[in-house]
Design a binder for this molecule. Structure first.
Ligand code: MV4
Length: 511
């Protein structure tokens, strides 16, 4: 896989859709490389199709018949004279078999070698490789459990609570939390048979359960000449059912010393599998400050922009550069984060109704602008949101000199944004930016589910401010309340709380 020479791509095929296809088109354009995309029947008039230099139909709407057609995509790339394929995230991005097909066709994958994808795809193999490389892993077993007797004995030596995980799982799939010994037998059988059915591999193992950790991940970049660099961490603890919703960089609990140690561990992880291109090493960070390797994501991630904002590094540009055989620039070895960035994922889901998908026509789309605001958006006003794909429309990213300024900008940008015609998760974020725990940065991986479950994050704002008389009434009501209570308005960033209370009332009245 080691390229002895640098070559220049003249055309790249993007095997993806939505905002990430748009992001990759932008990266290619800036390097003077032609951007070709594929599109399904549902995406005929999508933003990536409009923005690309060339666009090719790949099949009907269902992903299995379009964006997942590995062989057809490789054939198309050859036919149109593309030099490389960028898989984005999701779809074929972490399929070792697809990477192998791309390699076999003599094309470059803008991503890691198939062998690195395969090694990280097996949780047990990656765990073994990490232990060998001196990367800290969660205390637990080192191989697949042969039978229940072995599981029982190991569980006793590790101690409860613990996690039973399928080797072929990941991202929350194929794992179970066990609080006490009585749960082991049934869970062992169930996890095994589910793993066999879903992944075709029934290997399972156990780990100590880490209580209330944060999910902190390290961005790495690796060239084809043996250089691997760490670009610092992203805090991704705010997620709902293994779906991230808000990310930030840097993490408020990662000191420069911890960053350096986690960065070194992530670089060792990448080196252990012969990694090239951009990748992310996921760690659990426990409340005492210990960190443990979880998984490596062998792709560009949704949340890559927060790293771009605090490092000033264009990750897609570097993905393309290293895939062309270029060496990483020496200055990438000593990057320190500057300022603070947040990303919120804009999902076409209704946070008032259990996050059900909300497909339909985007009647109105006004994205926020101004200092420190970036939109990575995959749709336009008038566009249709289909039920066939992930409901993420795009991401709102903000940057500030420090966390406080970034948070003020996020709040301001969320006030500006208007999306009409479909429901989105914007109201949830408007509530979140006023949540005391979020404001304080005290997060853990269970926080969002906990707050959603207890109703603490009942979205308190009207999402679609189309109803002006209603708003006026709400403001009036809030004003009267504020005067009556004679409490001075809170100082600093928490301006206008009465107004939000008013909106809350208005919303209640409507539902
Ligand atoms: C864990 C854990 C606690 N202890 N392993 C979830 C997805 C997969 N990457 C592994 N996951 C976890 N593994 C041990 N030993 C808690 C989780 C976990 C989690 C991890 C990262 C982000 C969100 C999460 C939500 C629930 C559980």
């Amino acid at each position: 896989m080691v390229a002895s020479e640098t070559r220049r791509f003249s055309k790249v095929l993007i095997a993806n859709r939505g905002e990430i296809a748009v992001r990759i088109i932008r990266g290619l354009r800036e390097l003077g490389i032609r951007a070709a995309t594929i599109f399904s029947d549902a995406d005929r008039r999508s933003l990536p199709v409009l923005l690309s230099d060339e666009a090719y139909p790949i099949g009907p709407a269902p992903s299995l018949e379009s964006y997942l057609r590995a062989e057809a995509i490789v054939e198309l790339a050859l036919e149109i004279g593309a030099d490389a394929i960028h898989p984005g995230y999701g779809f074929l991005a972490e399929r070792a078999e697809f990477a192998r097909q791309v390699e076999k066709a003599g094309l470059e994958l803008i991503g890691p070698p198939s062998t690195a994808i395969a090694a990280m795809g097996s949780k047990l193999e990656s765990r073994r490789l990490m232990i060998e490389a001196g990367v800290p892993v969660v205390p637990g077993g080192e191989g697949a459990l042969a039978d229940l007797d072995e599981a029982t004995a190991l569980a006793e030596s590790i101690g409860y609570p613990l996690m039973l995980k399928a080797s072929a799982g990941g991202g929350g799939k194929g794992m179970r939390l066990l609080r006490e010994p009585g749960e082991l037998a049934a869970a062992f059988r169930a996890t095994r048979s589910e793993a066999a059915a879903s992944f075709g591999d029934d290997s399972v193992y156990i780990e100590k359960y880490i209580e209330r950790p944060r999910h902190v991940e390290i961005q790495v970049l690796a060239d084809q000449h043996g250089t691997v660099v760490s670009l610092g961490e992203r805090e991704c603890s705010l997620q709902r059912r293994h779906q991230k919703v808000v990310e930030e960089a840097p993490s408020s609990v990662v000191s420069p010393e911890l960053r350096a140690r986690m960065g070194e561990a992530a670089v060792r992880a990448a080196q252990a599998v012969g990694y090239t291109n951009a990748g992310t090493v996921e760690f659990l960070l426990d409340p005492s400050g210990e960190f443990y390797f979880l998984e490596m994501n062998t792709r560009l991630q949704v949340e890559h922009p927060v790293t771009e904002m605090v490092t000033g590094i264009d990750l897609v540009r570097w993905q393309i550069a290293v895939a062309q055989g270029e060496p990483l620039a020496p200055e990438l070895r000593s990057i320190e984060p500057r300022g603070h960035a947040f990303e919120v994922r804009l999902y076409a889901e209704d946070p008032f109704r259990g996050f059900v998908p909300s497909p339909g026509k985007i009647e109105r789309l006004r994205l926020p602008e101004g200092p420190g605001v970036r939109n990575d958006c995959g749709v336009y006003e008038g566009d249709e949101v289909s039920i066939h794909y992930d409901p993420m429309l795009g991401k709102l990213i903000v940057w500030g000199r420090d966390r406080r300024e970034a948070l003020l900008r996020l709040r301001r940008a969320l006030e500006e944004i208007r999306i009409e015609g479909i429901r989105t998760t914007v109201p949830l974020y408007r509530a979140l930016v006023d949540d005391p725990d979020f404001v304080a940065g005290s997060l853990d991986i269970e926080m969002l589910d906990r707050k959603l479950g207890s109703g603490e994050l009942e979205p308190a704002h009207v999402s679609q401010l189309a109803d002006l008389p209603l708003i006026a009434a709400a403001l009036e009501h809030g004003l009267r309340q504020a005067r009556a209570s004679a409490t001075p308005a809170p100082a600093g960033g928490r301006r206008g709380h009465w107004r939000e209370a008013g909106r809350h009332e208005a919303l209640r009245g409507r539902r």
